[in-house]
Design a protein around this ligand. Structure first.
Ligand SMILES: [Zn+2]
Length: 208
């Protein structure tokens, strides 16, 4: 059976892309990817434009989370794991969204040819829009005032550290909804990091 990688990628559910063994993105599943790009007003992403040729880690925000993803990809490329699946969040202002992020090796005989990434939304819940996830509004507030306090946001679960301006070991981690209930607002600069719960899970579950 001759099956082109392109048609396989295009036929898979969710957002899919293929990287080379070093993590450089070589192709994307066009149909779902383009629908995602259009829905997010990002025409530069159509057909993988602005991501193909770049390393997947370039698009992970937060140093500690990038390190986790790097360890995952290295465990796959180093043949230490058959696959990796991470539960993650990707909210937009009016939607709470949980997703699976899965990485699998693509081997020919015993040598690694590529890594296949699939991102599947497993749960979407509507909610009143929350500005903290409206990046255009956040950017506009930042350019109007460069001295806004930093707000730590967990890259995995998207909880935030209340109050804004708290630093490591300080403040209280809570959902974005809880942050607003306590009087928090979106006049902040988001600083992506890992909350203590996700940090502990990361230590227990991910390869080292
Ligand atoms: Zn977290």
């Amino acid at each position: 059976m001759l099956l082109s990688v392109k048609s396989l990628l295009d036929g898979m559910a969710g957002i899919t892309y293929l990287t080379d063994p070093d993590g450089q993105i070589v192709d994307v599943g066009r149909e779902n990817w383009n629908a995602f790009a259009r829905a997010n007003g990002a025409p530069e992403l159509i057909n993988g434009g602005s991501v193909i040729g770049h390393n997947v880690l370039d698009f992970v925000v937060g140093d500690d989370v990038r390190d986790s993803y790097r360890r995952c990809f290295e465990a796959i490329s180093g043949d230490r794991l058959d696959y990796i699946r991470l539960l993650s969040r990707c909210d937009s202002p009016g939607v709470r969204r949980k997703l699976w992020f899965t990485v699998r090796p693509v081997r020919s005989a015993s040598s690694l040819q590529a890594m296949l990434v699939q991102i599947l939304v497993i749960c979407e819940e509507l909610r009143p829009p929350i500005e903290l996830f409206d990046f255009a509004t956040l950017r506009a507030a930042q350019s109007a005032n460069a001295r806004l306090p930093f707000l730590g946001m967990c890259s995995y679960c998207q909880d935030v550290r209340f109050p804004a301006g708290s630093i490591d070991g300080d403040g209280e981690w809570m959902s974005a909804e809880g942050y607003y209930r306590r009087g928090g607002n979106a006049k902040v600069r988001i600083s992506h990091t890992m909350c203590p719960t996700c940090f502990e899970l990361d230590g227990q579950l991910l390869p080292h």
